[in-house]
Structure formats: structure tokens, C-alpha cells
Ligand binder design. Structure first.
Ligand code: PMP
Length: 369
């Protein structure tokens, strides 16, 4: 069948003419474009994963633990240890990446006739998952320096009365973190307007100078903190995200999750990784130091840099960011063009990868002078 394309299918109207999430997966020497951790898993952990997966394999004839109780218990223990707030398994829910957690939240709290707001530029999947779940999307404002203007954000919430409010801290792609006061002010506005669910997306929080906003869930049943093992745990390939919230939110997502959504292999692997939390988080300090080096060196070269609390740095400004992206790629370094006019984003890699990136952008600066 030639000449037959997407547009010829009986596709939902709101999906027509749209593109899928598309960070390019190119085979180049230095890949600094998807905010992954650059370090491979340590051998003792690889062996432990193999052991736990072998154990799980014996009973793959059975469905996995539908409620992932052991895994949620261990995730709760990790949060309690690091988040300055005690949580139990009843506060925690896990899914295949925090993207799936966010999708389940929008399935339960968004949907047709409902809306969600995010303060943009921010993580593009929030809007895409909204679209996929039939939730209307509202693009809220940020200041020129990419911080959230609390008064403007409160006005937007009061005006639109969204059902779900996304606050990404640290924010992707800008690296900007928010303080507890900002979350509290927006939570209050969201409760007054609707009430609505406020989701604090903390995918990068382990890299932040600030503490997690997790303690704010206390006494606020409409506040959710979402997390992932893709970044600080260096396990993007595992696909394991989780949330912490009032137990009622955990009950709510169970209304929409597919039964047995977390495979026994995923649960076994995540449990093995959690046994090695301290080793994995050891890389976080190294990456934070590399992030700070990238900020300092980019500024020394003459680029503008947005203050970053994450494992990546937004830098600019470029007259044409796509051409700049291509020139950096021509030198074997893949960074990310998030479509923020004038800016690109680079993930902190190994010292050698970062050196290669800095060399490429130094050359680009010379070209452009
Ligand atoms: N939230 C933010 C802000 C992100 O940047 C990402 C990944 N890029 C995610 C959530 C999703 O991560 P994952 O599904 O791998 O947990």
C-alpha cells in the first residue's frame, strides 16, 4: 500500500499532524542529550541483578506481584532515608518510568473535559501525556530567567482552574529548582480554584542544591511527588518511576493501572538496584561537580548559562539553536535542542565526555565571532 499514511487512518482528531516524543537516538561518540547517567552499572550490581532475575525467572509462569509490595516498601525506605520525611509503602506507587506514573495520574485526575497546567518551557511529556489522555493542556508562564513568577502562576491557576498542576523541580530543560514557598503558594491557589491535584515532578532532585519537597505531602492529600530511578540511580533502561503521596492517591492510580503492569523482571531488577543505593548515588556527587564545572567553563567561554540544580545545563544564546546543535553534532557530540529559542541543553557526562563537549562549543564560539 503506497501513499497511505497516518492521516488516512481513523485517528483521534487531536493526534492529527502531531509528532511523537523524539529525542534523536544517534550513534555518535559523545551522547549528552537525554539526561542519562553516563556511568555503566558496577559489576557487583550487575551480578546481583542476574541473581535476582534468575530467581524471578523460575516463577515467570505466574503473574507478578500486582501491587509490587516489596518494591514499594524499599522505595519508601529510600525516601524516608533521603527525603527528610517518613513514608510507608501505602504512600508509594511504582510504574514503568515516571512517565507511566504521570500517565496514570492524568488518567485518574485528568481526562476528557478536564485540564492540566505546566509552567513552560518544561518537560514536554507533561503536555504530550495530557494529550494522550484526552486532558486539555494549558501553558503557564515563566519569567525570562526561567524561574516561576508566583503571582503570575497563581493568576493562571485562578483563571483556568485546572484539574492538575505540574511543578517540575528541578525543571527540565532549564535546570531551575523551586523552593517550598512556591509550591505552597501554588498548592493553595490550586485548592482555592478547584480543588486540583498538584504534581511535583522531582525526576532530578538528587542533583539539586535544595532538599526534596517530599515533606510537603504531609497534611496535603492533593500533593504528589514523582521520582524516577532513570537519573540518579543510573537506571534509565530499567524503566522504574514512583510517586509519594497520601494513600488515597495510591488507591486512585490503582483504578487506572493495567493489572500486573510492573513485570517480575522489572521488580527484581529494581530491588537489586535499591540494594546498591549508596554505590549508585556515589556517582551523583561526581556528576554534580561536573555539572558545576560545565556551568563555570561555559561562562568562561562566553555563553549564557541558566542556573542548574539538575544533571544538565541549559546554555545559549544562539541566533539559530538548531544550526548550533548541528555544528556541535558535526564534532561528534550530541546535545539537545528542546525547541527553546536561543538555547540548547547538555547533560553532564564523564569528565572526558564533558571535555569533548567543551572543545566543540569553544570551536563553535570561535566560528561565530
Ligand atoms: N520528568 C522529567 C522532568 C524528566 O525529564 C523525565 C525524563 N526525561 C521524566 C520525568 C521521565 O523519566 P522516566 O520515565 O525515565 O522515569
Amino acid at each position: 500500500m503506497t501513499g497511505f499514511g497516518l492521516d488516512d487512518l481513523p485517528l483521534r482528531d487531536e493526534l492529527r499532524g502531531k509528532s511523537p516524543y523524539g529525542a534523536p537516538q544517534l550513534d555518535v561518540p559523545v551522547q549528552l542529550n537525554t539526561n542519562e547517567n553516563p556511568y555503566e552499572l558496577p559489576e557487583p550490581l550487575v551480578r546481583r541483578i542476574a541473581e535476582r532475575v534468575a530467581e524471578a525467572a523460575r516463577t515467570l509462569n505466574r503473574y507478578p506481584d500486582r501491587d509490587a509490595v516489596e518494591l514499594r516498601t524499599e522505595l519508601a525506605a529510600y525516601l524516608t532515608r533521603t527525603g527528610k520525611h517518613p513514608v510507608g509503602k501505602e504512600n508509594v506507587w511504582a510504574a514503568n518510568g515516571s512517565n507511566e506514573v504521570l500517565q496514570q495520574l492524568l488518567q485518574a485526575f485528568g481526562g476528557p473535559g478536564r485540564t492540566a497546567i505546566g509552567f513552560e518551557p518544561s518537560y514536554s511529556m507533561h503536555a504530550l501525556i495530557a494529550r494522550g489522555t484526552g486532558t486539555g493542556w494549558i501553558s503557564g508562564p515563566r519569567r525570562e530567567d526561567f524561574t516561576i513568577d508566583v503571582a503570575a502562576a497563581r493568576r493562571a491557576i485562578a483563571e483556568h482552574a485546572p484539574d492538575v498542576v505540574f511543578i517540575t523541580s528541578p525543571n527540565n530543560p532549564t535546570g531551575t529548582a523551586v523552593d517550598a514557598g512556591t509550591v505552597l503558594a501554588l498548592y493553595e491557589a490550586a485548592q482555592a480554584a478547584k480543588p486540583s491535584l498538584v504534581v511535583v515532578d522531582e525526576a532530578y532532585v538528587e542533583f539539586s542544591h535544595r532538599d526534596s519537597l517530599l515533606p510537603l505531602i504531609e497534611g496535603r492529600p492533593n500533593l504528589v511527588v514523582s521520582r524516577t530511578m532513570s537519573k540518579a540511580f543510573g537506571a534509565a533502561g530499567l524503566r522504574l518511576g514512583y510517586l509519594a503521596a497520601h494513600p488515597a492517591v495510591v488507591d486512585a492510580v490503582q483504578l487506572v493501572r493495567l493489572p500486573y503492569h510492573l513485570s517480575a523482571v522489572t521488580q527484581a531488577t529494581a530491588l537489586a538496584a535499591l540494594e546498591h543505593t549508596d554505590t549508585l548515588l556515589g556517582y551523583v556527587e561526581q556528576l554534580k561537580a561536573e555539572r558545576d564545572r560545565l556551568v563555570a567553563e561555559l561562562r568562561a567561554i562566553g555563553y549564557e548559562v541558566t542556573e542548574s540544580d539538575a544533571n544538565f545545563v541549559q546554555f545559549g544564546r544562539f541566533e539559530d539553536s538548531h544550526t548550533a546543535w548541528q555544528r556541535i553534532l558535526d564534532q561528534g557530540v550530541l546535545v539537545r535542542d528542546n525547541g527553546v529559542p536561543g538555547w540548547l541543553r547538555v547533560t553532564a557526562g564523564t569528565p572526558q565526555e564533558n571535555d569533548a563537549f567543551l572543545e566543540a562549543v569553544r570551536a563553535l564560539k570561535k566560528e561565530q565571532q
